[in-house]
Design a protein around this ligand. Structure first.
Ligand SMILES: [Zn+2]
Length: 62
């Protein structure tokens, strides 16, 4: 995914920064524990489409 695009993307809920997980093709908001999918290179920044992550999953990213 485009690094510049990643820099301007924020969580639509809390407006916080996102972590890009290349292997899972998701953008993670640690604050909300949500993983937004990237489909065909396009980040889907919708709460309804995001996967809820467990606290353990988020902790593993720190
Ligand atoms: Zn957030």
């Amino acid at each position: 995914m485009d690094a510049r695009l990643l820099e301007i993307l924020v969580c639509p809920i809390c407006k916080g920064p996102l972590d890009y997980l290349k292997d899972q093709q998701v953008l993670v908001c640690k604050a909300d524990r949500l993983a937004y999918p990237i489909r065909d290179g396009i980040p889907v920044m919708l709460e309804d489409e995001a996967r809820a992550m467990s606290a353990e999953e988020v902790d593993a990213l720190r």
